[in-house]
Structures are given as C-alpha cells and as structure tokens.
Design a protein around this ligand. Structure first.
Ligand code: PEP
Ligand code: MN
Length: 264
C-alpha cells in the first residue's frame, strides 16, 4: 500500500509553503473552530503571527451535530481566511464537507481538512486525492487505525501523497471527556505508515483545561504537530467555545511545548 512503511521506509514530509510536517520541528496549527466574522479572523491571524504559529485553522463549513447550530460562513468565510493569510503570512487549514465545498476550499486553503465524520466518505476522498493539495485527514469517531489508514490510501491511490493524519479522539465508554485521545495511535501509525501524524487535543478533551496536558503528551509521544482550537473570546464562540483556549492560554501552551520537545 502507498501509505505503508513497507512501500516507503523513510518518514515522508508534507510541505506547505515553508512549513514542513514530518521533519524535526513540531508544527503548531491553531485558531477558532469556526470562522465567525472579519474581526474574529483578523484578530486570530494577527495573534498567530505574533506567536509564531505558522498555520491557522478555522472552519467555513461546519459539520454540526444539530442542524440548528451555526453552520459556517461558507465562501465568505474562506475569503476572510485568505485575507488573513495575505495580511499575516499564516498558512490556512480549513474543512471541506462535501463535493460542493471542495472546489471552493481547494481554491482558498493551503491544507484541506477532511473531518472525522467524513473519514469514510470515499467519493470525497477520491476527489481530494485528485486536487493534489495537502490534506489533513482526521480519524473517524469510531474508526480503527486500519480503517483510518485505508481512508488515507484512497487519497493516495487517487494521486495525492500529501497526507497528514490527525488523531482527534475516539468514542469510548468514557463520557467525562468529549472523546478519548488515543495517544497509542502515534507510535502505532508511525510504525505502520510513513505519513506525518498530528494530534487535535481540543476535540478529544472537549474542555479547555485539559487541552494543554494532552498536547504536551502528544509531543512527548512523537506527534509531528498539533491542531488546537483557540478563540479571541471563547465565551462568545459560535462553535466549540468550551474546548477553545483563549490567546494567553495558547501562548502559555506553545511556550511549554518547546520544553517538552527539547526534553524528548
Ligand atoms: C473541527 O476541526 O472543528 C471538527 C469538526 O473536527 P472533527 O471532524 O475532528 O470533529
Ligand atoms: Mn471544532
């Protein structure tokens, strides 16, 4: 298989502009769950630039559990992300939820996110393969590691090996956390595959106070990067506020990650 270690024994790197996933540096991506307004996106872009966070996240299309929750700004949101990239020099990762949004996302984003709920949307995976653009492939809510790697194989088989795998917590019997972060996925996937692996501690924790310890554990376990939800005012967030860090807490976390990375 194209994504397997047997096929490609060396670690592969995914380059996004000057950002390298799978190299010696742990790449931090951060930003709001959803794009909500110009003010929110620009405040986020400016802060990521100041902090040296090279990739900003933010969903313009949101796969919400309830149809009555905020569904995202769509193309207007993508345009705000692209404007933040121009102004602040941050690369953009944002989700495509279907074929209809994919070509818009491919036009504006640097990394196309495929969300947990779409991990086995095989037609979408084929289409994202054909774009050739870097892809952040999240692990499904109840997907095994083999299923997740097979989803990556769909993208690879359609011509795109620029795949970054993202563990974001899986569904278990535990209900205190939103999901259970599968830290084991890091060494296991690294043995099975050459692709870079990043961790999303935010959707695993579901609660902002638990994000920093999970992020540090991920770096200690060998993750190639992190994707963290952060918002200028989490209390007012339209999506995932309870798990979003405010900017001072994000700054504190990023500082502490350097120490963990140096220690291992
Ligand atoms: C997100 O990144 O905001 C998101 C919806 O994540 P997931 O697909 O992992 O639930
Ligand atoms: Mn979210």
């Amino acid at each position: 298989k194209l994504v397997s270690r047997e096929f490609h024994p060396e670690d592969s790197v995914v380059k996004v502009g000057s950002v390298v996933f799978g190299g010696p540096q742990v790449v931090v991506m951060a930003g709001p769950c959803a794009v909500e307004s110009r003010e929110q996106v620009m405040a986020s872009g400016e802060f990521m630039q100041q902090l040296g966070v090279p990739v900003m996240r933010g969903g313009a299309y949101k796969p919400r559990t309830s149809p009555y929750s905020f569904q995202g700004m769509g193309v207007d949101g993508l345009k705000l992300l692209a404007e933040a990239r121009e102004r602040f020099g941050v690369m953009i990762v944002t989700e495509a939820v279907d074929h209809g949004s994919l070509h818009h996302v491919a036009e504006y984003a640097d990394i196309i996110q495929i969300g947990a709920r779409n991990m086995q949307n095989f037609e979408l995976l084929k289409a994202v393969g054909q774009t050739g653009k870097p892809v952040l492939l999240k692990r499904g809510l109840s997907a095994t590691i083999d299923e997740w790697l097979m989803a990556a194989e769909y993208i690879a088989a359609h011509g795109n090996l620029n795949i970054i795998l993202c563990e974001r917590g899986i569904r278990t019997y535990e209900t205190k956390t939103r999901n259970t972060l599968d830290i084991s996925a890091i060494p296991v996937v690294k043995q099975l595959s050459h692709l870079p692996v990043v961790i999303d501690p935010s959707h695993a924790a579901g609660t902002w106070q638990w994000v920093a310890p999970l992020a540090r554990a991920a770096v200690a376990a060998g993750a190639d990067g992190l994707i963290i939800e952060a918002h200028p005012n989490p209390a007012e967030a339209l999506s995932d506020g309870p798990q979003s860090l405010n900017f001072p807490h994000l700054e504190e976390l990023v500082g502490s990650l350097r120490k963990v990375a140096d220690a291992v």
